[in-house]
Design a protein around this ligand. Structure first.
Ligand SMILES: [Zn+2]
Ligand SMILES: [Zn+2]
Length: 360
Protein backbone atom coordinates (compact mmCIF):
# COMPACT_ATOMS: atom_id res chain seq x y z
CA UNK A 1 0.00 0.00 0.00
CA UNK A 2 1.29 3.48 -0.81
CA UNK A 3 2.12 5.47 2.31
CA UNK A 4 -0.94 7.65 2.81
CA UNK A 5 -0.73 10.70 5.06
CA UNK A 6 -1.30 9.64 8.65
CA UNK A 7 -4.76 10.67 9.77
CA UNK A 8 -3.92 11.02 13.42
CA UNK A 9 -1.29 12.43 15.70
CA UNK A 10 1.70 10.26 16.58
CA UNK A 11 3.23 9.72 19.99
CA UNK A 12 6.94 10.45 19.84
CA UNK A 13 9.77 9.65 22.25
CA UNK A 14 11.77 12.66 23.28
CA UNK A 15 13.79 14.22 26.09
CA UNK A 16 12.46 17.36 27.73
CA UNK A 17 13.32 19.93 30.37
CA UNK A 18 10.36 20.32 32.78
CA UNK A 19 11.43 23.53 34.55
CA UNK A 20 14.21 26.11 34.79
CA UNK A 21 16.52 23.60 36.50
CA UNK A 22 17.16 22.60 32.89
CA UNK A 23 17.40 18.93 33.76
CA UNK A 24 16.45 16.83 30.74
CA UNK A 25 14.69 13.46 31.01
CA UNK A 26 12.56 11.12 28.87
CA UNK A 27 9.26 12.56 27.69
CA UNK A 28 6.50 11.65 25.25
CA UNK A 29 5.06 14.26 22.92
CA UNK A 30 2.44 14.27 20.17
CA UNK A 31 3.35 15.26 16.64
CA UNK A 32 0.52 16.46 14.42
CA UNK A 33 -0.90 14.28 11.64
CA UNK A 34 0.99 15.01 8.43
CA UNK A 35 -0.81 17.80 6.55
CA UNK A 36 -0.85 18.21 2.74
CA UNK A 37 2.13 20.58 2.87
CA UNK A 38 4.10 18.75 5.56
CA UNK A 39 7.21 16.59 5.55
CA UNK A 40 7.60 13.97 8.27
CA UNK A 41 11.07 12.81 9.19
CA UNK A 42 12.75 10.25 11.35
CA UNK A 43 15.38 12.22 13.26
CA UNK A 44 18.90 10.82 12.91
CA UNK A 45 21.06 13.51 14.53
CA UNK A 46 20.49 16.73 16.45
CA UNK A 47 23.15 19.28 17.36
CA UNK A 48 23.29 20.85 20.82
CA UNK A 49 23.31 24.63 20.33
CA UNK A 50 24.35 27.10 23.02
CA UNK A 51 20.84 28.55 22.81
CA UNK A 52 19.45 25.15 23.94
CA UNK A 53 21.39 25.68 27.16
CA UNK A 54 19.98 29.20 27.54
CA UNK A 55 16.43 28.09 26.81
CA UNK A 56 16.32 25.16 29.27
CA UNK A 57 17.25 27.64 32.00
CA UNK A 58 14.86 30.34 30.74
CA UNK A 59 17.77 32.78 30.43
CA UNK A 60 15.88 34.81 27.80
CA UNK A 61 12.59 34.81 29.71
CA UNK A 62 10.50 33.23 26.92
CA UNK A 63 10.84 29.52 27.69
CA UNK A 64 7.80 27.24 27.67
CA UNK A 65 7.93 23.99 29.70
CA UNK A 66 7.98 21.08 29.22
CA UNK A 67 10.53 21.84 26.49
CA UNK A 68 12.11 19.53 23.93
CA UNK A 69 15.10 21.54 22.63
CA UNK A 70 17.04 21.05 19.41
CA UNK A 71 17.20 23.03 16.16
CA UNK A 72 20.06 21.43 14.26
CA UNK A 73 18.07 18.46 13.04
CA UNK A 74 18.99 15.96 10.33
CA UNK A 75 16.64 13.14 9.43
CA UNK A 76 15.24 10.84 6.80
CA UNK A 77 11.89 11.60 5.18
CA UNK A 78 9.32 8.93 6.10
CA UNK A 79 6.18 10.55 4.71
CA UNK A 80 5.18 13.58 2.62
CA UNK A 81 1.84 15.35 2.36
CA UNK A 82 -0.14 15.28 -0.90
CA UNK A 83 1.03 18.78 -1.93
CA UNK A 84 4.72 18.10 -1.38
CA UNK A 85 6.66 17.81 -4.63
CA UNK A 86 10.19 18.80 -3.63
CA UNK A 87 10.86 16.00 -1.13
CA UNK A 88 10.62 12.23 -1.37
CA UNK A 89 10.45 9.40 1.15
CA UNK A 90 13.98 8.23 1.95
CA UNK A 91 15.63 11.60 1.24
CA UNK A 92 17.96 13.08 3.88
CA UNK A 93 16.79 16.50 5.01
CA UNK A 94 17.41 19.11 7.68
CA UNK A 95 15.33 21.39 9.88
CA UNK A 96 17.00 24.41 11.47
CA UNK A 97 15.87 27.17 13.82
CA UNK A 98 12.55 28.02 12.14
CA UNK A 99 9.41 25.98 11.36
CA UNK A 100 6.95 28.67 10.28
CA UNK A 101 6.56 32.31 9.18
CA UNK A 102 3.83 34.39 7.54
CA UNK A 103 5.27 33.93 3.98
CA UNK A 104 3.69 37.27 3.03
CA UNK A 105 5.49 40.19 4.64
CA UNK A 106 8.30 42.21 3.03
CA UNK A 107 10.83 40.09 4.93
CA UNK A 108 9.39 36.71 4.01
CA UNK A 109 9.01 37.69 0.35
CA UNK A 110 12.72 38.63 0.35
CA UNK A 111 13.60 35.18 1.76
CA UNK A 112 14.40 36.70 5.15
CA UNK A 113 12.03 34.58 7.22
CA UNK A 114 14.41 34.89 10.15
CA UNK A 115 13.30 38.50 10.52
CA UNK A 116 9.56 37.88 9.97
CA UNK A 117 7.69 39.32 12.91
CA UNK A 118 5.45 36.25 12.93
CA UNK A 119 8.18 33.65 12.61
CA UNK A 120 7.88 30.47 14.70
CA UNK A 121 10.97 28.99 16.34
CA UNK A 122 11.52 25.25 16.11
CA UNK A 123 10.95 24.81 19.84
CA UNK A 124 9.56 26.69 22.84
CA UNK A 125 7.30 28.82 20.62
CA UNK A 126 3.61 28.87 19.71
CA UNK A 127 2.76 27.76 16.17
CA UNK A 128 -0.10 29.27 14.14
CA UNK A 129 -2.44 26.42 15.16
CA UNK A 130 -1.84 27.20 18.84
CA UNK A 131 0.39 24.21 19.54
CA UNK A 132 3.71 24.62 21.30
CA UNK A 133 6.65 23.73 19.08
CA UNK A 134 9.03 20.98 20.22
CA UNK A 135 12.50 20.40 18.80
CA UNK A 136 14.84 17.70 17.63
CA UNK A 137 15.73 15.88 20.85
CA UNK A 138 12.97 13.55 19.64
CA UNK A 139 12.58 10.66 17.23
CA UNK A 140 10.15 12.26 14.76
CA UNK A 141 9.58 15.77 13.37
CA UNK A 142 6.69 17.03 11.26
CA UNK A 143 7.47 20.29 9.46
CA UNK A 144 6.00 22.52 6.74
CA UNK A 145 7.88 21.84 3.51
CA UNK A 146 8.93 25.51 3.17
CA UNK A 147 11.19 25.06 6.22
CA UNK A 148 12.78 21.74 5.23
CA UNK A 149 16.28 21.74 3.71
CA UNK A 150 18.08 19.27 1.49
CA UNK A 151 21.28 17.97 3.06
CA UNK A 152 24.35 17.54 0.80
CA UNK A 153 24.71 13.81 0.18
CA UNK A 154 28.51 13.77 0.39
CA UNK A 155 28.85 15.09 3.96
CA UNK A 156 28.79 13.00 7.15
CA UNK A 157 25.33 13.74 8.53
CA UNK A 158 26.31 14.00 12.20
CA UNK A 159 29.00 16.60 11.46
CA UNK A 160 26.69 18.44 9.04
CA UNK A 161 23.82 18.87 11.54
CA UNK A 162 25.28 21.97 13.25
CA UNK A 163 25.48 23.77 9.90
CA UNK A 164 21.73 24.34 10.33
CA UNK A 165 22.30 26.88 13.12
CA UNK A 166 26.02 27.42 13.84
CA UNK A 167 26.89 27.35 10.13
CA UNK A 168 24.21 29.68 8.82
CA UNK A 169 24.59 32.11 11.75
CA UNK A 170 28.10 33.00 10.58
CA UNK A 171 27.63 32.42 6.84
CA UNK A 172 24.67 34.79 6.52
CA UNK A 173 26.43 37.93 7.86
CA UNK A 174 29.61 37.09 5.96
CA UNK A 175 27.53 37.20 2.77
CA UNK A 176 25.22 40.08 3.67
CA UNK A 177 27.93 42.44 4.94
CA UNK A 178 30.28 41.38 2.12
CA UNK A 179 32.81 39.91 4.49
CA UNK A 180 33.60 37.09 2.06
CA UNK A 181 36.19 38.77 -0.17
CA UNK A 182 39.22 36.70 -1.16
CA UNK A 183 42.50 38.26 -0.09
CA UNK A 184 40.95 40.34 2.70
CA UNK A 185 41.82 39.91 6.35
CA UNK A 186 39.08 38.35 8.47
CA UNK A 187 39.00 38.24 12.27
CA UNK A 188 37.02 35.77 14.37
CA UNK A 189 36.35 36.54 18.03
CA UNK A 190 35.77 33.39 20.08
CA UNK A 191 36.57 29.84 19.01
CA UNK A 192 33.45 27.87 19.89
CA UNK A 193 30.65 26.35 17.83
CA UNK A 194 30.11 29.52 15.78
CA UNK A 195 33.72 30.72 15.74
CA UNK A 196 35.23 27.53 14.37
CA UNK A 197 32.69 27.59 11.53
CA UNK A 198 33.59 31.22 10.78
CA UNK A 199 37.26 30.20 10.48
CA UNK A 200 36.33 27.44 8.03
CA UNK A 201 34.18 29.76 5.91
CA UNK A 202 36.87 32.47 6.01
CA UNK A 203 39.43 30.05 4.62
CA UNK A 204 36.96 28.69 2.04
CA UNK A 205 36.36 32.27 0.83
CA UNK A 206 40.13 32.71 0.39
CA UNK A 207 40.73 35.13 3.23
CA UNK A 208 43.54 35.51 5.75
CA UNK A 209 42.05 34.54 9.10
CA UNK A 210 42.97 35.76 12.59
CA UNK A 211 41.42 34.14 15.66
CA UNK A 212 41.01 36.14 18.85
CA UNK A 213 40.60 34.05 21.98
CA UNK A 214 41.01 34.47 25.72
CA UNK A 215 42.53 30.95 25.91
CA UNK A 216 46.17 30.72 24.76
CA UNK A 217 45.67 26.93 24.73
CA UNK A 218 43.49 27.22 21.62
CA UNK A 219 46.30 28.47 19.37
CA UNK A 220 47.37 25.03 18.18
CA UNK A 221 43.90 23.89 17.22
CA UNK A 222 43.01 27.24 15.62
CA UNK A 223 46.06 27.25 13.37
CA UNK A 224 46.86 23.58 12.86
CA UNK A 225 43.41 21.99 12.89
CA UNK A 226 41.25 24.77 11.48
CA UNK A 227 43.80 26.55 9.29
CA UNK A 228 43.75 30.01 10.87
CA UNK A 229 46.73 32.15 9.85
CA UNK A 230 47.20 34.12 13.07
CA UNK A 231 46.18 33.72 16.70
CA UNK A 232 45.86 36.57 19.18
CA UNK A 233 45.33 36.18 22.90
CA UNK A 234 42.77 38.91 23.41
CA UNK A 235 43.67 39.36 27.08
CA UNK A 236 47.22 40.33 26.11
CA UNK A 237 47.32 44.12 25.50
CA UNK A 238 50.68 43.85 23.70
CA UNK A 239 49.36 41.37 21.16
CA UNK A 240 46.20 43.44 20.66
CA UNK A 241 48.28 46.59 20.15
CA UNK A 242 50.46 44.87 17.60
CA UNK A 243 47.32 43.95 15.62
CA UNK A 244 46.01 47.54 15.45
CA UNK A 245 44.59 48.48 12.05
CA UNK A 246 45.33 45.14 10.38
CA UNK A 247 41.89 43.57 9.88
CA UNK A 248 39.13 44.28 7.34
CA UNK A 249 36.18 42.49 8.93
CA UNK A 250 35.50 40.88 12.30
CA UNK A 251 32.78 38.48 13.28
CA UNK A 252 32.23 38.44 17.03
CA UNK A 253 30.73 35.16 18.25
CA UNK A 254 31.17 35.64 22.00
CA UNK A 255 28.08 35.51 24.24
CA UNK A 256 29.85 36.59 27.42
CA UNK A 257 29.79 40.34 28.12
CA UNK A 258 32.97 41.93 26.74
CA UNK A 259 34.15 45.39 25.60
CA UNK A 260 34.24 45.95 21.82
CA UNK A 261 36.78 48.79 21.72
CA UNK A 262 39.88 46.56 21.82
CA UNK A 263 38.59 44.63 18.78
CA UNK A 264 37.48 47.77 16.93
CA UNK A 265 41.02 49.11 17.26
CA UNK A 266 42.30 46.17 15.22
CA UNK A 267 40.09 47.15 12.26
CA UNK A 268 41.36 49.11 9.28
CA UNK A 269 39.66 52.22 7.88
CA UNK A 270 36.05 51.33 6.99
CA UNK A 271 36.40 48.07 8.90
CA UNK A 272 33.27 46.22 9.99
CA UNK A 273 32.52 44.28 13.16
CA UNK A 274 29.39 42.13 13.17
CA UNK A 275 28.01 40.58 16.33
CA UNK A 276 26.33 37.19 16.24
CA UNK A 277 26.77 36.30 19.93
CA UNK A 278 24.22 37.70 22.36
CA UNK A 279 25.73 38.90 25.65
CA UNK A 280 23.14 39.34 28.38
CA UNK A 281 24.28 42.85 29.32
CA UNK A 282 24.26 45.89 26.98
CA UNK A 283 27.36 46.31 24.84
CA UNK A 284 29.64 49.27 25.48
CA UNK A 285 31.43 51.05 22.63
CA UNK A 286 33.41 54.26 22.75
CA UNK A 287 32.23 56.38 19.82
CA UNK A 288 35.85 57.29 19.07
CA UNK A 289 36.46 53.65 18.16
CA UNK A 290 34.01 54.18 15.30
CA UNK A 291 34.58 57.79 14.28
CA UNK A 292 38.39 57.60 14.21
CA UNK A 293 38.37 55.22 11.23
CA UNK A 294 34.79 55.29 9.87
CA UNK A 295 34.20 51.87 11.35
CA UNK A 296 30.92 50.05 11.45
CA UNK A 297 29.27 47.75 14.01
CA UNK A 298 26.36 45.53 12.99
CA UNK A 299 24.48 42.45 14.05
CA UNK A 300 22.86 39.44 12.45
CA UNK A 301 20.69 36.50 13.49
CA UNK A 302 20.68 33.05 11.83
CA UNK A 303 19.64 33.16 8.14
CA UNK A 304 16.71 32.66 5.78
CA UNK A 305 15.72 29.30 4.33
CA UNK A 306 16.96 30.05 0.80
CA UNK A 307 20.31 31.22 2.11
CA UNK A 308 20.56 28.21 4.44
CA UNK A 309 20.14 25.95 1.41
CA UNK A 310 22.85 27.93 -0.43
CA UNK A 311 25.14 27.53 2.58
CA UNK A 312 24.48 23.76 2.74
CA UNK A 313 25.25 23.44 -0.98
CA UNK A 314 28.44 25.50 -0.52
CA UNK A 315 29.48 23.21 2.35
CA UNK A 316 28.81 20.17 0.16
CA UNK A 317 31.00 21.60 -2.62
CA UNK A 318 33.83 22.60 -0.28
CA UNK A 319 33.54 19.67 2.08
CA UNK A 320 32.86 21.87 5.10
CA UNK A 321 31.47 20.30 8.27
CA UNK A 322 31.59 21.02 11.97
CA UNK A 323 34.01 19.40 14.38
CA UNK A 324 31.78 17.45 16.73
CA UNK A 325 31.57 15.12 19.71
CA UNK A 326 28.86 12.58 19.05
CA UNK A 327 26.89 11.60 22.15
CA UNK A 328 23.94 9.39 23.12
CA UNK A 329 20.89 11.22 24.49
CA UNK A 330 21.62 9.76 27.94
CA UNK A 331 24.73 11.98 28.08
CA UNK A 332 22.80 15.20 27.45
CA UNK A 333 22.78 16.57 31.02
CA UNK A 334 26.55 16.13 31.29
CA UNK A 335 26.93 17.65 27.83
CA UNK A 336 24.94 20.72 28.92
CA UNK A 337 27.15 21.12 31.98
CA UNK A 338 30.27 20.90 29.83
CA UNK A 339 28.80 23.28 27.25
CA UNK A 340 28.29 25.82 30.04
CA UNK A 341 32.06 25.67 30.62
CA UNK A 342 32.84 25.77 26.87
CA UNK A 343 34.27 22.29 27.30
CA UNK A 344 33.43 20.93 23.85
CA UNK A 345 35.19 20.76 20.50
CA UNK A 346 33.13 22.30 19.05
CA UNK A 347 29.62 20.95 19.03
CA UNK A 348 27.87 18.08 20.76
CA UNK A 349 25.66 16.17 18.34
CA UNK A 350 23.14 13.67 19.68
CA UNK A 351 22.91 10.33 17.91
CA UNK A 352 19.12 10.31 18.16
CA UNK A 353 18.43 7.27 15.95
CA UNK A 354 20.71 5.00 17.98
CA UNK A 355 19.96 6.24 21.46
CA UNK A 356 16.25 7.17 21.51
CA UNK A 357 13.68 4.45 20.82
CA UNK A 358 12.23 5.08 17.35
CA UNK A 359 8.48 4.86 16.89
CA UNK A 360 6.40 4.99 13.76
ZN1 LIG B 1 21.23 27.45 17.56
ZN1 LIG C 1 6.70 37.19 7.27
Amino acid sequence: MAPAAAATEVEVDAWAARDTSGHLSPFTLSRRATRPGDVKLKVLFCGVCHSDLHQIHNDWGNSIFPMVPGHEIVGEVTEVGSEVKAFKVGEIVGVGCLVNSCQNCDRCTRHLEQYCQMKVWTYTDKDYDGTITQGGYSTIMVCRQEFVLKMPTNLPLDAAAPLLCAGITVYSPMKHFQMDVAGKHFGVVGLGGLGHMAVKFGKAFGMTVTVFSTSPSKEKEACELLGADRFIVSKDPEQMKAAAGTIDYIIDTVSATHPLDPYLSTLKLDGKLVMVGIPQKPVSIHAFSLTSARRYVGGSGIGGIKETQEMLDFCGEHNITCMIEKIPISYINTAMERLGKSDVKYRFVIDIANSLKPED
